[in-house]
Design a protein around this ligand. Structure first.
Ligand SMILES: [Zn+2]
Length: 399
């Protein structure tokens, strides 16, 4: 736990600062106490890695007031709560390598909120106004306005993603894994929300962050409709073209014959419904109505859509006509691979399969030969493999 005891760290002062930070902003306490202190002469001030280890310069602690150290604690944990390293990985490659500018933009995203919140930070901190930028932005929007700079803050790979030479790397003690990190983010976001409900005052930046994390603003109906529409268009294009003689009864517009190649065959779709787990009947009905509604809109209806209920207990699959015929069993243990397999074995093999599930199911090992969309219903569904196109169907949510 103490790999480099050489520089003397005033641990009492540093931990007093963390206590002060947690006391002042109790909704951040769990996150603050999840950080492991690693003293290091290499780091200039304080910095974090993606495993929630906080590297601390003893000289910096010595030279900084407790009240400002408390602000720095909150600053460092904010890099991790806001998933700065994860978001940095999604930047274009050239920006990713430019970690000084990325770090400056990230510090701007954090510090304007901390200062508006009345927290003290040491001299030399970054702020949007230093670059003529408005407050309240995300670092991705600040980044283009940050000029090339040889030197700047270095808050570690937990911020910009590039490990410093003093970091312990992928091994080493006291690592917080990605799953635990995500749980800490959610737990903190919920604490922020509770704090706002019971005590009222939450800085705007944290409130926005928590709401976006707990209830992404993407409307699931829109997202699901978009995915279904897009997959239907893809499936229509992927259907084998068989030459069809135009029917004599096909009305020829203006005397012209409608060419067979212009007739695009409609895809066949299977909707597989998981009858187990935490899905409420209303959520299920809403999701099924959305899927079949969009399919009808694009001309896929009637016997081109098969709805299959995948029974939780007997792992049997039955064909149903509407959501009302689906009996929700409420137990766990569905295997949606059985439902997907049954769908693909239908006499009219579907080009596209939509799975409505609570997510607690194994998935096929590889892409089946059709478009697969998972609509995940319920609270905190586990994510399917990345190749499954996924839409999270959240209920109306708390008011
Ligand atoms: Zn920073």
């Amino acid at each position: 736990m103490r790999p480099d005891p050489a520089p003397h760290l005033d641990r009492a002062k540093l931990l007093a600062a963390r206590y002060k930070a947690a006391e002042a902003r109790p909704y951040l306490a769990s996150a603050l106490y999840a950080l492991t202190v690693v003293p290091s002469a290499g780091v200039r001030t304080m910095g974090v890695d993606r495993h929630w280890r906080c590297y601390v310069s003893p000289a910096f602690v010595e030279a900084t007031e407790v009240v400002e150290l408390a602000g720095v604690w909150i600053h460092e944990v904010a890099h991790l709560l806001r998933d700065h390293h994860g978001r940095a990985e999604r930047l274009p490659a050239a920006d990713q390598r430019d970690h000084v500018r990325v770090n400056i933009a990230q510090d701007c995203e954090i510090n304007d909120d901390l200062l508006a919140d009345g927290l003290a930070l040491p001299e030399g901190r970054m702020e949007p106004r230093l670059y003529g930028l408005p407050t309240g932005g995300l670092f991705e929007t600040y980044l283009p306005a940050i000029p090339p700079t040889p030197h700047g803050p270095d808050c570690g790979s937990g911020a910009h993603g590039n490990p410093g030479p003093w970091e312990l790397g992928e091994g080493g003690p006291a690592r917080v894994g990605p799953v635990e990190a995500e749980a800490l983010r959610r737990q903190t976001a919920e604490a922020v929300r509770d704090h706002r409900r019971t005590r009222g005052r939450i800085p705007a930046g944290w409130a926005r962050w928590a709401e976006e994390l707990l209830e992404p603003t993407v409307d699931w109906r829109q997202a699901l409709a978009g995915a279904v529409r897009e997959a239907a268009a893809w499936a229509a294009g992927a259907v084998d073209y068989t030459y069809r003689r135009p029917s004599r009864r096909t009305p020829a517009l203006g005397g012209r014959v409608v060419l067979p190649s212009l007739r695009r065959p409609l895809p066949r779709v299977a909707v597989v419904v998981d009858t187990s787990g935490s899905m409420g009947p209303d959520d299920l009905a809403a999701a099924l109505a959305e899927v079949t509604g969009v399919l009808r809109e694009v001309g896929v209806g009637g016997n081109r859509v098969a709805v299959l209920a995948c029974d939780a207990d007997v792992h049997a699959v039955t064909r149903v006509r509407s959501a009302g015929e689906v009996t929700l069993a409420g137990g766990g243990g569905t295997d949606m691979r059985v439902g997907i397999g049954a769908a693909l074995a239908l006499p009219d093999r579907p080009n596209m399969v939509v799975v409505l599930t609570d997510g607690y199911t194994p998935w096929p090992d590889e892409t089946p030969s059709c478009r697969l969309i998972a609509a995940l219903i319920g609270e905190d569904p586990p994510a399917p493999p990345s190749w499954v196109e996924t839409v999270r169907v959240a209920g109306p949510g708390p008011a």
